[in-house]
Design a protein around this ligand. Sequence first.
Ligand code: 89Y
Length: 346
Amino acid sequence: MQNLKFAVIGTGFWSTYQIAAWKELAGIELVACYNRTWQRAESVAQQFGIPNVYDDVDELLDRHANELDFVDIITDVDTHPLFTEKAARRGLDVICQKPMGPSRDAARQMVRTCRGAGVRFYIHENFRWQTPIRELKSVLDSGIIGRPFKARVTFCSAFPVFDNQPFLAELDQFILTDIGSHILDICRFLFGEAQSLYCQTARVNPKIKGEDVANVLMKMSSGVTCYAEMSYASLLEKEAFPQTLVSVEGEFGSVVLTNDFVIKTTTRGADGQRKTERYVAKPPMYSWADPDYAVVHSSIVDCNRNLLSDLQGKEKAETTGEDNLKTVELVYAAYDSAAQNIVIHF
Ligand code: 89Y
C-alpha cells in the first residue's frame, strides 16, 4: 500500500505533539505545513523535516492538492470551518481537532460540507483513546460489575492551563467546549447516548471570559445516570491534570479509575465477601511527550492510528464527524440547559 500524503494546517502548541504522534506510525508522509506566521511554520518544519512551508493555506492546497490524501487541521476552533471547507472543496479528506467548530450550527455545516464534497471527515477526539479509559471500558464490557446504573466522570483541576494555551482565556464558552468535548465524549463512549441532560456552570477565575466550572447530569438510554463534572478552579489535595477520573456502580459491583491510572474493581467473591482488585493502567510514555500531558499525548498515537486505519480502508474510525456531532450536540445542550435552567430532552 502506498504512503498516504498529508499536510498539517496550523503549527501551534498542540501541533508538535500531533506531528510527533504521526511519526510513530508507518504508511504516511507529511509533505507540507501551513501557519499564519511563516516563522512558526518554518521552525516546526525544521524540527520534523517537513519539506514545504506556507503561510498561505490556499497556496499550499493549490500546489499540493494533487498529491495530498488528507489534511490535519490543528488550528484554533474559529478557523476549523473555513479550513475544512477549503480542503473538502479540493477533494481532500479532513481530520480536524476538537472542538469541531465554534458553534453547533458551524459544526453541523462542516459535516454537511464534507458529506456534500464526498470526502471523509474525522474529529481528532483523543481522550477516549487514553489507556486507562480503554481499560475501564474493557472492565465494563467484561460484565464483571453487571449492568451499570450510576457513574461519575470527573475532570477537576487547578492546572495553569492558560499558560500554554492563552487563547482559552479569551473564549466566551470555555470549559464545556474545551474539556466538555472530551468528557462528554467519554460519557458517550462508556455509556452510550444521552436521553436527557441538565447542566449548571460557573466562572470562578475572574481573569477569563468563559465558564471554568460545569456540572452535567445525564440520563443515558442505557439506563445509567451519569454525572460529568469539570472544573479548572479546583485546588484539590492531589492535582489530577490531565487525568479523567471515573467511578461506575453496577448491579454486581463497582469500578473506579482513580489518580495515577489505578483501576479498582469491587465485587463479591464466591464466599460472599467483598473483594477489591487493583490494577495500574499506565499509558505508554513517549520521549516527545510533555510529562504534564503524558496520558493525553500518548492517546494521540492511538487516535491517529484509528483514523489512519479508516483512511486506509482497514478499520472503522470511531470519531468521524457524524459521530462527533453527537458530542457537539451535548456540549451545546449543556449551555442551553445552564442558560435556561432546564432539562433538555433529546
Ligand atoms: O485543550 C485541552 C485538550 O484538548 O486537552 C487538555 C487541554 O490542553 C487543556 O484543557
